[in-house]
Design a binder for this molecule. Structure first.
Ligand code: BGC
Length: 744
């Protein structure tokens, strides 16, 4: 107790020193950290590097682990995850305040797409290409979580993913490093708000460092084997963007990268992150990943695993108990220098100070604030807006959509029409009163149509059924209707962690159900709910109108109804290619040029193509329709010659030629025609979202500066090379206008 007061006096004295503001703040925190560090024993330092799962899950107390509480009391624990709610976090923080130095605990949680208000899954939000909306979603998630005692979210997940078999594709922003980077930055800014230390800001955590999204075969936790150039060019940029945006923490990952587990990977954590990028935050392991280096065969036992992880720069051990059991022995044996421990502890304490927890460990324990955020109607409104922006219109032949609210009879068919929690998707919290709060698709549609509209319903089949017993009733219902809306997809626990699938078809009998309903001759709209790109070729080729609705969150039903009935004109664009079959995977738009390029589907022999399958995805990166149409003029370049210090501008006029006002995402791609290493066929380098009234035109300008032309050469130097370039501007990665320029 005495020491604690002494320490607080030191802090107060230091804080009063006259300095310039920015320097004072930085210096002050570092000095505060040092003053604490000086008081700490080796065991207390190691305690700060130790993180356990709590004894509560999200719905209430489960078992109480006396051992954990004693460890907190002894200063052997720096952080906990999966402890939420003011009551629970306060209870544990109070125990931390009984420890010798009273160092507050950090509470971390996977706030992946909302806390209380569930937002669309991140892959769906990425379809909005709307960084303001994405930032807002993260902001609200942070506000709600922080009000419930959470200090730290294990998000954003910024792993590039090009394999939809991998279940965690749902957690990221898709296949592209440029789009992934702007979204990563938006999410970090959203979570961290106006800065750590505010009561509505949580620490962000860029994960999983690195290349986890490239797990071989799309099998979760699998190895990753890739060239360093691919690592730098494709997989690292979103992490760098997150770091530049101020991400407080990073999480390493389960996979090995070219033979070295990411958790014990010095090149990743020290050389790149802490040295090259000058990252000042701390790195937490993934759940148990320090200990899992034994399974990798990279460490003989926990002792070796700890040595590898700490040496490589992993500052905090999540749940493997390797550090707490081995680190002290390693230091005493001279295998790990205490300076390494000090560095890790400094990083952690810096964040605890930054969050203001030393001043007030209960700063995030305000029950009034918690209650205000629990059923916040404004947050729900914002959720609906983001959900609308996430719905992708894949097909709309004969303008079946939007539907009239005056339609006499509408048949609603399929296992998702009345689904409740499946609208939330994986990584959402299951609160007891959520069901009443979630708007089902049925309710959303019912709320939207006129009071004279008759709604008929048949489930037709279960999500993963083998039975067609419900088909006859569903067909009967369809026959009585003017239009049929079907809702199919995969259950919310079919994508997510440890949810890899080898078969991406619509599960069970659902596509058979679609065929049966289509056979009634009624106009059919199909909505697909999923956490990844699914394969549904028959539906895509036959059904006139298709919406990809992903898992949209709490307000799914109202957002869907807005789109179906034209109160919102869809604007979303795919951030990931949709394959025709699993055999095309991995498929992504920015592939390298080959020596025998195939340029059309008839180009099959002696070309880099399949003899039995198209070279094109079913739906390409950047694809997504609107109820209106946009036409693109030719591109005008400001100059045909560019110099490194003199950018060129590419200008295009976009016109809304359809019958609705609408939003378009104008996409800029560039191709470097000849390079010292093979360059991709095109790379996204910019985009602009524009809203055009019916008949309206707008000139769009993209500045092409030298940064847009840089790439990693064979020596991993980030350079540009003079030569010829092509500029493409269009509505998706395939449908583009083209122009050229030369860099001198
Ligand atoms: C996941 C992480 C997550 C952690 C804590 C791990 O299994 O890979 O993304 O943050 O668990 O829940």
């Amino acid at each position: 107790m005495k020491k604690f007061f002494l320490f607080r006096c030191i802090v107060v004295t230091i804080a009063a020193l006259p300095c310039t503001i920015s320097f004072a703040q930085k210096k002050t925190i570092d000095q505060k950290v040092d003053s604490v560090l000086k008081l700490m024993t080796l065991d207390e330092k190691i305690g700060q590097m130790n993180q356990y799962n709590g004894d509560w899950d999200a719905t209430g107390p489960i078992t109480k682990d006396g051992d954990k509480q004693n460890q907190i009391r002894k200063g052997m624990l720096g952080s906990m995850l999966n402890v939420t709610g003011v009551e629970h976090t306060r209870e544990l923080q109070e125990i931390a305040m009984q420890s010798r130095l009273k160092i507050p605990l950090l509470f971390g949680q996977d706030i992946i797409h909302g806390y209380r208000t569930t937002f669309p899954i991140p892959l769906a939000e990425a379809c909005s290409w709307d960084t303001t909306a994405i930032k807002l979603s993260s902001r609200i998630a942070a506000t709600e979580a922080a009000a419930a005692g959470v200090h730290w979210t294990f998000a954003p997940m910024v792993d590039i993913a090009r394999d939809p078999r991998w279940g965690r594709v749902m957690e990221g922003a898709g296949e592209d490093p440029y789009l992934g980077s702007v979204i990563a930055a938006a999410r970090v800014r959203g979570f961290q708000g106006n800065g750590l230390g505010n009561v509505d800001a949580v620490m962000a955590c860029a994960k999983h460092f690195a290349a986890y999204g490239a797990a071989i075969g799309g099998r979760d936790y699998n190895s990753v084997d890739m060239s360093l150039r691919t690592l730098w060019e494709i997989y690292l940029p979103p992490f760098k963007a997150a770091e530049d945006a101020g991400a407080a923490t990073f999480m390493n990952s389960f996979n090995d990268l070219n033979g070295i587990p990411a958790t014990g990977n010095k090149y990743l954590q020290r050389t790149i992150l802490k040295d090259d990028w000058n990252f000042k935050g701390f790195v937490v392991s993934d759940w148990g990943s320090v200990g899992e280096m034994i399974n990798h065969g990279y460490a003989k036992d926990g002792y070796e695993a700890t040595m590898e992880a700490v040496t490589a720069g992993c500052d905090m051990d999540m749940e493997s108990r390797s550090y707490i059991n081995n680190l002290s022995k390693l230091v005493k044996a001279g295998k790990i220098k205490v300076e390494l421990i000090d560095d890790a502890v400094r990083r952690i304490l810096r964040k605890k100070f930054g969050m203001g927890l030393f001043d007030d460990p209960f700063k995030f324990c305000d029950t009034t604030r918690e209650q205000q955020q629990w059923n916040n109607a404004d947050n729900l409104k914002a959720e609906k807006t983001v959900a609308e922006k996430s719905i992708v219109l894949l097909k709309n032949e004969n303008h079946v959509l939007p539907l009239s609210k005056q339609t006499k009879t509408i048949a609603l068919i399929g296992p998702f029409i009345k689904a409740v929690r499946d609208n939330l998707g994986f990584w959402s919290y299951q609160y007891p009163d959520d069901s009443a709060r979630i708007t089902t698709q049925y309710q959303g549609i019912q709320n939207k149509v006129s009071k004279d509209t008759k709604i008929l319903y048949a489930k037709g089949c279960e999500i993963n059924d083998t039975s067609q017993a419900g088909f006859a009733e569903a067909s009967d219902v369809a026959k009585q209707a003017d239009v049929v809306i079907m809702s199919v997809g995969e259950a919310s626990d079919w994508s997510g962690e440890a949810k890899s699938r080898s078969n991406l078809q619509l599960p069970g009998m659902q596509e058979e159900l679609i065929k049966a309903i289509y056979a009634t001759g009624k106009p059919v709209v199909v909505m697909i709910n999923a956490g990844r790109p699914l394969i549904f070729n028959w539906t895509a080729d036959n059904v006139p109108s298709i919406l990809y609705t992903w898992w949209l969150g709490t307000e799914a039903g109202d957002a869907i109804a807005d789109v179906l009935f034209g109160d919102y004109n869809p604007s979303a664009k795919l951030p990931i290619s949709f394959p025709r079959t699993e055999g095309q995977i991995p498929i992504y738009y920015d592939h390298y040029k080959t020596g025998r390029p195939a340029t059309s589907d008839s180009d099959r022999f002696y070309r880099s193509a399949y003899i039995d399958l198209s070279i094109y995805p079913k739906y390409c990166f950047g694809y997504g329709l609107s109820y209106t149409n946009f036409s693109y003029s030719a591109i005008t370049m400001s100059d045909s010659i560019m110099h490194a210090n003199k950018p060129v501008t590419a200008e295009i006029t976009v016109t809304n030629t359809g019958n609705y006002d609408g939003e378009e995402t104008v996409q800029l791609y560039i191709q470097d025609l000849v390079g010292s290493v093979v360059r991709p066929v095109k790379e996204l380098k910019g985009f602009q979202k524009i809203f055009l009234k019916k008949g309206e035109s707008k000139e769009i300008n993209f500045t092409v500066d030298i940064d847009k032309l840089k790439f990693y050469n064979d020596d991993l130097k980030y350079i540009y090379e003079p030569g010829d370039f092509k500029v493409y501007i269009g509505t998706n990665s395939q449908d583009v206008k083209e122009a050229s320029f030369k860099l001198e």
